[in-house]
Design a protein around this ligand. Structure first.
Ligand SMILES: *Cc1c(COP(=O)(O)O)cnc(C)c1O
Length: 363
């Protein structure tokens, strides 16, 4: 099977983990501090705070931005559930705005229309690895004091006008989950230039502790271990090579599939680069096969295709009150038509040719 994702692990990661095990210092320590310094340098940001998942990064960011009960947070109905769950975790109300079908990111006109006096923050998602249009979003949010929390969990290393994903809002959240562009198994990073936010984030990940056994707020155990940090330090050194591999594979897929009837291939909007955590296209009704059948046939032939995501975020019991299908036609279309193909750097040129030939045959 040509898998949809695979961790890319070299001897450097093995050696780094062994060294930490030998050191006897396994919990948050010098490796985490090193990783934070490396991420801040890589993103050209003042602070990078490590936590133990992208979800924890989002939760902590909302707390740092002062979002709580009674506040509204505008976000997309088309993402991984963590994007919406983090809003519920702080007791705020999610307000969903439909997506733009060209980029699968939130539609800026729908964001503007959804703003009320209660709107405290917007969470745009750099879906599949493509940064959102942050100049447009800032123009809408800044005059009203609305904070931007960038969900860049799929976009580590992508850029918008030369700036790194994660630095494009007031706070940016990255994930180091096993299927992301660089990984630690599990892990997350919050990027910010704001010193107050950085302090709150550090307190929040450690039971609200400001100094040894002094607790200034509610917090959690969201600390990253030095074992995970040691892996991520090595992965971060390879990020440009990894992402170039993804971009090269995406180019080859687009070149090979551009004439297939009924497929809408991914496009990268101006002023940005895409990290291609996923290569996602749409199989429209003009395509030879219905979407689920298409994915099943690809999988039968050893190609790990998948639907990311098969349902919008309001289609579940705990979220149903936040949206109804008729108000989100683009999210509905995406959910029924998307197909993601393997694009990660361990997918070889020969694999890419197999994928293209298989799809041409099915078409
Ligand atoms: C992976 C992901 C998250 C959550 O990250 P975890 O590290 O798995 O908690 C949040 N948002 C998006 C868009 C993601 O893809």
């Amino acid at each position: 099977m040509i898998g949809i994702a695979a961790p890319n692990i070299g001897s450097e990661e093995f050696d780094a983990v062994r060294k930490v095990l030998e050191s006897g210092q396994l919990a948050q320590g010098p490796q985490v501090a090193q990783l934070e310094a490396d991420f801040a340098a890589y993103c050209d940001s003042k602070f990078a705070i490590a936590v133990n998942s992208g979800t924890a990064a989002l939760h902590a960011s909302l707390v740092a931005a002062g979002v709580g009960p009674g506040d509204e947070v505008i976000t997309t109905p088309y993402s991984f559930m963590a994007t919406l769950n983090c809003i519920l975790m702080v007791g705020a109300t999610p307000v969903l705005a439909d997506i733009d079908l060209a980029t699968y990111n939130i539609d800026i006109t729908k964001v503007a229309a959804a703003i009320t006096p209660k709107t405290k923050a917007v969470i745009p998602v750099d879906l599949y690895g493509q940064p959102y249009n942050y100049d447009e979003l800032r123009a809408v949010c800044e005059p009203k004091g609305i904070k931007i929390i960038e969900d860049a969990c799929q976009a580590v290393g992508a850029t918008y006008k030369g700036k790194k994903a994660g630095t494009l809002g007031d706070l940016g959240c990255l994930s180091l989950y096993a299927t992301k562009n660089i990984m630690a198994g599990e892990g997350g990073i919050v990027i910010t230039d704001n010193e107050d936010y950085a302090r709150i984030l550090k307190e929040f990940r450690q039971h609200g502790m400001s100094a040894q056994y002094e607790y200034v707020r509610l917090g959690y155990n969201y600390r990253m271990s030095d074992l995970h940090a040691a892996i991520a330090i090595q992965q971060l050194k390879k990020i440009e090579a990894f992402n170039q591999g993804r971009q090269k594979n995406a180019e080859l897929l687009t070149e090979g599939l551009k004439d297939v009837k009924g497929l809408v291939l991914p496009v990268v909007a101006p002023d940005r680069t895409c990290a291609y955590n996923l290569y996602t296209m749409r199989a429209t009704p003009e395509f030879a096969l219905e979407r689920d059948d298409f994915i099943a046939k690809l999988r039968e032939k050893g190609i790990g295709a998948g639907a990311y995501y098969p349902k919008p975020l309001y289609a579940f019991q705990h979220t149903a009150k936040f949206g109804r299908a008729e108000n989100f036609p683009h999210a509905e279309t995406a959910a029924t038509q998307v197909v993601s193909l393997p694009v990660h750097p361990l997918v070889s040129p020969k694999d890419i040719q197999t994928i293209i030939a298989t799809i041409q045959e099915l078409a």
